[in-house]
Every structure is written in structure tokens, then in C-alpha cells.
Design a protein around this ligand. Structure first.
Ligand code: ADP
Ligand code: MG
Length: 704
């Protein structure tokens, strides 16, 4: 193809929005606040709804609740002030019937427009009024005597941008679309592939989504299931997949010290008071194989709460120690880190290994000493919180970085810990540590392959023997008084209980208040029971001390918000009540319930709900009642969850998707993987451009 005229540079950032007529610095700033910076951002600012102004509905054919466009003459106008100003305009067309347009705020000029006999075209949703159907605040236009042409496409309704009116936004997107380059410049997916899959080109897809023809399937568009949207989602998912794969390649281009020495791990195995489960053995085997390689392990271990991830991590750490190097284990909260410290100290010190502790509250002399030990290599295994990543923490030879509950951190933090080892050592210059990340939030396999495409994924899908399954019951909130009695009885037997207050969609503050008043109520009703409280509004030190008191058995009943979600282990707690359980997602319910059933006592979980239950909520609670397997629950979650956040962005380190939705578009993922692997090999330059287009800034982590 002759290329005399230069093509617009699509993949180096497209023109900034200030290049559009009418976009000055002020407007640009408002758009930027919403992440709309250049033309491409507007192309990808997709409508959430459509209005059909391509045809006129006769007044007599209007249906309550169904938006429509009507056209007619003003028959009568009434301006009133009953409780507030009001303007009513009766409109009729050639057929029988009248529709009333009703306004509650209006200007005098508007009133003057509606002279009887004037032709008006308006759009809105009719509803039954005092005298037949009425439309409240329709969008409307006064017509002249000439023919007024109808729209040729459906009108998009865009997600609002603060400080920018809908008309302005629509105009800007229109202007941006007018500047769409031609297919040859815009399209990145190979034609062979598009044709094989029967996907529209990117240009076609964007035009369809922004300016759908009257014949378009609006329902599909609104649900995000139209082929044009699927085409966009595919490309976006592909971009993220490629970006993660690229990160992986970049990481594996580094060297890592090979850690094949399993002697210490074997000694631990012999010393442990229990035998590893089959799943633990399998996953340890995978880790051992990774560690034996001279390139960095990048492995995620998924396993339900209580599946025994920590001991597997300890076995891995011992490979580093056996080679005379260091391992670090980082946890998201101090309490969790302390728990790891207690476990690791108990297991490793008898083997003569020095386990060090570094958290925010380790200060002064103690901190100086720890830092010295970390720097000299005296500290062979270092356990801690975010404090491990801080400046001034320098390892002598960090060979393995372990991150627990990795969804609480981001990818960048994981890399920050890894960077504590970069530089390498004399015998392995430029080496980086192996990385092991652990999560107690299992996600379905297809999702894991996408969300963690930069990692190998292992699953500990078996619980240690001897755990009594948690009995889960679902109860209407009206039965709360019985529950209070039940708690009294349980505490009298020396059991401990959690009472979880949840109020989704409310601020921390409101939830904290609810927890506070539940705490006070239960305290009054349960004389003699020691009741404690933790919520997100408390200072970290207060929170920790309440949790610790509970752990130490000084509190019988802990009233809490969902802050207790993360892996704290109180084996004696065997009763959990979750209020408003119908409002929580499956993943969260499962996480919460995982706090009980950790000891040998039979445990109970009571899911309290406020009737009436929606069909979906009913299914969620029923799933909870039926199974305790996190992997089964995750699959069910994916099935039940509509478009939504199965995965937080922090969990994956991915920036939020613009178009794709991992839950809704999960069925596309196998194709995405296949195409992604193909492109990486066959067309790396193209792959690079796809990543640049969709991931952009997020790809900066890839350079590492
Ligand atoms: P999680 O996977 O939630 O991090 P932990 O590692 O905290 O689980 O393990 C939960 C408890 O189970 C700990 O007390 C641990 O010592 C114990 N445990 C781990 N593996 C086994 C096993 N194979 N048999 C018996 N108990 C085990
Ligand atoms: Mg754990």
C-alpha cells in the first residue's frame, strides 16, 4: 500500500482533547479528572444507555414505562403553583389521545415557547398521571413549519462526567469519532483472525457502539453483550493478557539463584507434628521444582483459609536458608504477620534458624539491630509487614520473597519487595529473588489464568484432616433474640463467638456506628459475657489490641465489621453470626466464615438476613449452606455475579478495565489466551501496540 500521506499516529498517544474545538484548559481539566485525556479516551468512553429518536410513536400508542419519542401540537398550557411551581403542556397528534408534559422547574422563556398550536417533538418515559399519561421533564424541541428530519442512529447516553453537561459530552465524543482514523491505521488484530472469528473491525465496533443504527439490538448493547462490545472487550482482555505475559518474560529474563537444597525442608517435615496433605505435598513439589531453576519463580498459591499455606511457605523459605541465603515473608497486617512469626519461629528455631521480625512498631535500637541483622545475613528468615519494603531495609542476599494475602497488596508492592534483592550477589550478578504469593481468595481457573497471567498458579484444594465442617444455617433477622440466647450458652461453655455487622454501600462511619450500637446492645443483653469491638474507624493499635484480647481469650464475643476478614487464626472461636448476610458477595461471606472452624470443636455460622430475599441472594445463601469449598464457591460466584467486581483491581494489579468485565466476559478468556500466545510468537510488534493502546500507563510495571 502506498504510504505517501502520513497516517495519524494512533499508538503513540492520540491527540489531546484540547485539540478539539471548544475544549479549553478548564474543560480539559474536568475531563482529565475522569481519566479522559486524549481522543482515544473518548472513543472508549462507551454509552451506558441509548435513546431511540429514530422514529415517532403515536400518542395513542404510548406505553407507561417505555421511553418513546412523540410529536404533536400544543393543545393547552397550564401554569400553576400548588405546592411548587408547575407547568403542564397538553400535546396531541392526529390520533386520539393526549399526553401531558409536566415541568417542575422552568424559565419564563420556556412557558412562552408553548403557544397553543406550536409543534413540539419530545422524548421521555410516560407514566400514568391524573388525566392519562404524562411525561415529566421530557427532553423536547420546538419545531418550525418545515419537515424536521429524524435521527438516523440511536442516541447514546454517556456515563456522567462531573461538571460537563451531557450535551457537551455527546458533542465531544461525536467530534472524537469524526476523527477516527481509517481501518488500516486503527486496526491491530490480524485480518485472518478477525475473519475467522467473525469479529467486526475496531472502527466498525466503535462506530456501532457510539452510533448504533435503529435496527441494533439495544438490549444486547445495554447488557454489554453486543458483538461490537465483545470485539472491544476481546481486544482489551488481550491487551491485559499480553501485558502480563510480557511482564513475566521481563522478569524471567533476570537470573535467580537456583535453590535446589531440600535438606532443611526435609528436616522440618520430620519435625512437624502433622503430615502434609496431598495438596500441600503437590504444591510444595511445584515450588521445589521452580526454585531449582536459575530463573525467578513466579508462583501464586491459592488455598482456602486453613488449607495450610504457611507451612508450605516455610518449606520454600528453607530452600533459601539451606543455600546460605535469605527469605522474607510479608503480610498485610501486623496481627497476621505476628501469627506468621509465631508459626515460623516455632517451626524454624528448633532447626537452628534465626527468624527476625520487622514491623512498623519495631523502632529505635531494636529496629537498628534488626536492620543490621538483615543486612549482614544474620537474619535468615525475615517476617514482617509493609515495613519490609521501606527504604533503609537492605538484605544481604534475599533469594525468596513471599507475600501473603497478596490481594491486599498491589503488584507494585510485590515488585518492591522483590527489588530488595536486586543487584544480586557475586556468584549471581543481576539476580532477583524468587517470588511466591499466596491468597486465600480462590478464583476460578479461567479467571486465574487471566488475572494472574504473569504467574504460575498452584492450588491447595484440600483441608488438613480433623477439621469439623462448619454447620451453616440461614435465619431471618426476626429470630435474633434466639440467637442471643445461643451465644450466651456457647460462651458459658467457654466457646468464643464473632458477631459481624455489615452494611454494604454505607460509609465506614455508618458501619462503625452500627457496630458500636450492636456492641452496646449485646453488652446489655449478655450480662457476664465479655464483649469486644473492632471496626475500621478505630486506630490500628486499638484494633490490634481488641483482636489480641480475643485471641488470648480475654473476650468472649467480638462484635466486628468486615475488618476481621483477613486470615486471623483464633481456633477457639466456633460461632459466627453475620448480619445482613444477603448483602454480601459469596467471596466475602466465605472469607468471613473461614474465621471459624479452625479448631477441632464443631463450629456454626449463622447467616442472618432481612426478608424479603431476592432470588440471587437466596442462591448465594443456599450455596453457603451447601458447601465450604472455596473453589466451588468461586465458580458459583462467577455464575451468579452479573457484571461486577469479582476481582478487585488491587488483587490483580490490573488497572480497571474500560470495556471488559471479567465476570461477564469470562467465556472469552480461552480465546484471549489462545490468540495472545499466538500473537506473542507470531507478531510481537503488534502485541506491543495492542498493549500500548489499552494498558498504557499500567504497563510501566512491565519494564522491571
Ligand atoms: P492458611 O492457608 O489459611 O494460611 P495456615 O497456614 O494458617 O492456613 O494453617 C492453618 C492451621 O492448620 C495452622 O494451625 C497450621 O499449623 C495447621 N496445618 C497446616 N497444615 C496442616 C496439616 N497438613 N495437618 C494438620 N494441620 C495443619
Ligand atoms: Mg494464611
Amino acid at each position: 500500500m502506498p504510504s505517501r500521506s502520513p497516517r495519524p499516529a494512533v499508538d503513540t498517544r492520540p491527540s489531546p482533547l484540547t485539540a478539539l474545538p471548544g475544549v479549553g484548559p478548564k474543560l480539559a481539566e474536568k475531563l482529565a479528572a475522569r481519566g479522559l485525556v486524549d481522543l482515544q479516551d473518548l472513543w472508549l468512553h462507551l454509552p451506558r444507555q441509548y435513546e431511540d429518536r429514530t422514529s415517532i410513536t403515536p400518542v395513542a400508542a404510548l406505553v407507561p414505562g417505555v421511553a418513546a419519542q412523540v410529536e404533536g401540537r400544543v393543545e393547552a398550557v397550564e401554569r400553576g403553583f400548588r405546592y411548587r411551581p408547575m407547568l403542564r403542556v397538553a400535546l396531541c397528534d392526529d390520533g386520539p389521545g393526549t399526553v401531558v408534559l409536566r415541568f417542575f422547574h422552568f424559565r419564563a422563556a420556556q412557558v412562552a415557547q408553548f403557544q397553543p398550536g406550536t409543534r413540539v417533538r419530545c422524548y421521555g418515559t410516560p407514566r400514568p398521571g391524573q388525566h392519562g399519561l404524562e411525561i415529566v421533564h421530557p427532553s423536547y424541541r420546538v419545531l418550525g413549519l418545515d419537515e424536521a428530519p429524524l435521527e438516523g442512529t440511536l442516541d447514546p447516553v454517556y456515563p456522567a462526567v462531573e461538571g460537563v453537561g451531557p450535551a457537551t459530552l455527546r458533542r465531544l465524543v461525536g467530534l472524537a469519532l469524526d476523527r477516527l482514523p481509517d481501518d488500516a491505521a486503527l486496526e491491530l488484530l490480524p485480518a485472518s483472525l478477525r475473519e475467522a472469528m467473525d469479529w467486526p473491525t475496531l472502527r466498525e465496533a466503535l462506530v456501532t457502539v457510539h452510533r448504533p443504527p435503529p435496527s441494533a439490538d439495544i438490549r444486547a448493547l445495554v447488557l454489554g453483550l453486543h458483538p461490537a462490545q465483545r470485539r472491544l472487550a476481546i481486544e482489551e482482555l488481550l491487551a491485559h493478557h499480553l501485558s502480563l505475559r510480557r511482564q513475566r518474560l521481563a522478569q524471567q529474563a533476570h537470573a535467580a539463584p537456583a535453590l535446589p537444597d531440600a535438606r532443611l525442608s526435609k528436616r522440618l517435615l520430620v519435625a512437624l507434628p502433622f503430615a502434609l496433605t496431598g495438596a500441600q505435598q503437590r504444591v510444595y513439589g511445584e515450588i521445589r521444582d521452580d526454585l531449582a531453576q536459575p530463573r525467578p519463580m513466579l508462583r501464586l498459591v491459592q488455598g482456602d483459609v486453613g488449607s495450610g499455606k504457611t507451612v508450605v511457605a516455610a518449606m520454600a523459605a528453607l530452600h533459601a536458608v539451606a543455600s546460605g541465603r535469605q527469605a522474607a515473608l510479608m503480610a498485610p497486617t501486623e496481627l497476621l504477620a505476628e501469627q506468621h512469626l509465631a508459626n515460623l519461629t516455632g517451626w524454624l528455631e528448633p532447626l537452628g534458624i534465626n527468624v527476625a521480625w520487622l514491623a512498623g512498631k519495631v523502632t529505635g535500637r531494636a529496629r537498628t539491630r534488626v536492620l543490621e541483622d538483615v543486612a549482614s545475613g544474620e537474619a535468615q528468615v525475615v517476617v514482617g509487614t509493609h515495613a519490609l519494603m521501606q527504604q533503609g531495609v537492605a538484605f544481604r542476599d534475599l533469594a525468596l520473597a513471599i507475600v501473603d494475602e497478596q490481594h491486599r497488596f498491589g503488584v507494585h508492592q510485590r515488585l518492591a519487595l522483590r527489588d530488595k534483592g536486586s543487584g544480586g550477589t557475586v556468584d549471581a550478578p543481576g539476580a532477583v529473588p524468587h517470588q511466591l504469593v499466596m491468597t486465600a481468595t480462590p478464583i476460578p481457573r479461567t479467571l486465574a489464568m487471566s488475572a494472574y497471567a504473569d504467574l504460575d498458579v498452584s492450588a491447595i484444594d484440600e483441608l488438613p484432616p480433623g477439621r469439623t465442617p462448619v454447620q451453616t444455617i440461614v435465619l431471618s433477622g426476626e429470630r435474633r433474640p434466639e440467637l442471643v440466647e445461643r451465644i450466651r450458652a456457647a460462651c458459658a461453655e467457654g466457646r468464643q463467638a464473632y458477631w459481624v455487622c455489615t452494611l454494604i454501600d454505607d460509609s465506614d462511619e455508618v458501619v462503625a456506628q452500627a457496630a458500636q450500637s450492636t456492641f452496646e446492645d449485646l453488652g446489655k443483653q449478655l450480662r457476664g459475657v465479655r464483649v469486644g469491638l473492632v471496626h475500621g474507624r478505630m486506630k490500628p493499635a486499638q484494633k490490634q489490641s481488641a483482636m489480641r484480647a480475643f485471641k488470648d481469650g480475654e473476650i468472649d464475643l467480638l462484635v466486628a465489621t468486615t475488618v476481621i476478614e483477613v486470615g486471623v487464626d483464633v481456633p477457639n472461636a466456633s460461632l459466627m453470626i453475620i448480619e445482613n448476610a444477603e448483602r454480601l458477595g459469596l467471596a466475602q461471606l466465605h472469607q468471613l466464615r473461614g474465621r471459624v472452624g479452625r479448631g477441632s470443636a464443631a463450629s456454626n455460622c449463622v447467616l442472618l438476613y432481612q426478608p424479603p430475599l431476592s432470588a440471587l441472594a437466596k442462591q448465594r445463601l443456599e450455596t453457603m449452606r451447601q458447601t465450604q469449598d472455596g473453589f466451588v464457591i468461586a465458580e458459583k460466584d462467577l455464575e451468579l455475579r452479573g457484571p461486577g467486581e469479582l476481582l478487585g483491581t488491587r488483587q490483580t494489579g490490573l488497572a480497571g478495565f474500560r470495556v471488559a468485565d471479567l465476570a461477564r466476559d469470562a467465556d472469552l478468556l480461552p480465546t484471549v489466551h489462545e490468540v495472545g500466545e499466538h500473537l506473542m510468537v507470531e507478531a510481537p510488534a503488534l502485541a506491543e501496540r495492542i498493549v500500548a493502546r489499552w494498558v498504557g500507563g499500567a504497563a510501566r510495571y512491565a519494564s522491571a
